[in-house]
Design a protein around this ligand. Structure first.
Ligand code: AMP
Length: 470
């Protein structure tokens, strides 16, 4: 269904592209000297008007890879009119999380800053009114999470009948979260004649199906996946008892002189509690998890990005897709339930060629998950003993706290991770991105997680036939 990109060693300089001086100026303002691989490969193809299936994660420069050529194409509509009718939505970017939407929107605004093209972002968890005002005033580029976008469509704030370009960002995560029905509905509002770009870190059979249904003759653009570029990330696995984990993190921060780190945990409750204890240990700490309000999450993230916070204790869902420049280290305080989350987590560090450290604290009960990570990253994992030097008294968890933690962890296990994995956890992305294993069961046929936003008229499950049949 798709052809592979055979772009041969494209020129790495942005000014070798057919991009307007206004966009090149914004690129130069951002301090970018040369293109990242995904940019060098994708930008000419997008400028050419082709649909793209991009295998790239946040951190590879993929936002500019789609935003710059789309802005270029939209420049023909650029105008200074105050009339909203002159600023219809022409490009729609859908992302799985609010944080990613916010981040993409900030990048788009930055790349478009010397043009008269307008952009706006809408996501749930905050007041709809300011978003509505922006939409009513007219925007050319709309960045949105699916649930909130549907709310705006239903309220007739967002009119999408002039959309020419659609980007499905982190499509695998959108399906994981259970956004497939919302996506299908949104796509049904869009003109059929359009250019569609799909980005995904992994190409599972369900992503392939999504692409088959909504992309036309796409060009596949791949850049090295994070585990293939792991040379920039030093991955260490230490054997540490539960009660020693905090001490191990503190010791490694000291020994490796790490100014900042994200500490990943598997549960919301665990994140809140651990953040409090690190704070008591004297570390400036913020927590990022699903029980925090949107406002609190953005504040924590901003404080971390500004360097006011040393440790960000986060759960996977809250931290997905975050782009934090120069993050020196990531700790897996808990081994993730799902091996793919390991790849996502360690992808937070070692970006754009910078070196990074990813430390995973392993207890005896983690051997199954470690085995799955090994299979996914295709590398033997050496678990090293950890010499704990910290002599400060450690506060041991009370029995009831341990029980709470375990209960909470169970609650947060995603059904996809809880079911036994099919056959050996093959890696379709790495070997043959588009060859669907036989009898593969699409994720929407398995138990699914409730989408974070509720749209009553959406039915939670759809048959594959309905998806393919349109
Ligand atoms: P993204 O994958 O789009 O989230 O981008 C990751 C980070 O790389 C962002 O902080 C971008 O500002 C930065 N970036 C994007 N393109 C380039 C480039 N060509 N050179 C240097 N940094 C870049």
């Amino acid at each position: 269904m798709s052809e592979s990109s055979t772009v041969a060693a494209p020129a790495a300089r942005f000014d070798s592209l057919a991009l307007d001086a206004k966009l090149l100026r914004a690129v130069a303002d951002s301090g970018y000297e040369s293109m990242t691989p995904i940019q060098a490969k994708a930008i000419p193809i997008v400028l050419d008007g082709r649909d793209v299936m991009g295998a790239a994660q946040t951190g590879t420069g993929k936002t500019a890879a789609f935003a710059l050529p789309l802005l270029q194409k939209m420049l023909r509509h650029e105008n200074a009119s105050m009339s909203p009718a002159r600023h219809p939505v022409r490009a729609l970017v859908l992302t799985p999380t609010r944080e990613l939407a916010d981040q993409v929107a900030a990048n788009v605004k930055n790349y478009a800053k010397h043009t008269q093209l307008r952009s706006a972002v809408v996501f749930g968890g905050i007041d709809m009114k300011p978003q509505t005002l922006q939409l009513k005033a007219g925007v050319e580029v709309l960045i949105a999470t699916p649930g909130r976008l549907l709310d705006h469509i239903e309220a007739k704030n967002a009119v999408l009948n002039q959309v020419e370009y659609v980007v499905l960002d982190e499509a695998d995560r959108m399906l994981d979260i259970g956004f497939l029905p919302d996506l299908q509905r949104i796509l049904s509002y869009l003109p059929r004649q359009r250019q569609t770009l799909l980005f995904s870190a992994t190409f599972s059979p369900e992503i392939k199906r999504l692409a088959e249904s909504y992309l036309q003759d796409p060009v596949t653009v791949e850049v090295a996946r994070p585990n293939a570029t792991a040379s920039t990330v030093e991955q260490r696995f230490y054997n540490v008892a539960d009660d020693d984990k905090r001490g191990a993190v503190r010791q490694l921060l000291r020994e490796r002189e790490l100014a900042q780190a994200i500490v990943f945990v598997n549960s919301k409750l665990g994140a809140a509690r651990l953040a409090r204890t690190f704070e008591r240990d004297g570390l400036k700490t913020a927590a990022l998890h699903g029980d925090k309000s949107q406002d609190e999450r953005l504040k924590s993230l901003d404080a971390f990005k500004r360097g006011e916070v040393e440790l960000l204790v986060a759960t996977d869902v809250a931290a997905r897709g975050l782009d934090i420049a120069d993050l020196p280290a990531v700790f897996n305080f808990d081994v993730p339930f799902n091996a793919e989350d390991y790849v996502h987590r360690i992808g937070r560090t070692g970006r754009a060629g910078a070196s990074g450290l990813a430390v995973t604290l392993v207890t005896r009960s983690d051997s199954r998950q470690i085995g799955e990570i090994e299979r996914l990253i295709k590398k033997k994992i050496e678990i090293e003993p950890f010499e704990l030097e910290d002599t400060r008294p450690r506060r041991r968890l009370r029995d009831d706290e341990r029980r709470d933690d375990r209960r909470e962890e169970r609650r947060e296990v995603r059904p996809a991770a809880a079911v036994p994995r099919r056959a050996a956890p093959v890696d379709p992305f790495f070997d043959r991105p588009y060859e669907e294993p036989e009898n593969a069961e699409p994720s929407w046929e398995r138990a699914r997680v409730e989408p974070p936003t509720k749209t009553p008229s959406i039915r939670p499950k759809k048959k594959v036939a309905a998806l393919l049949g349109g």
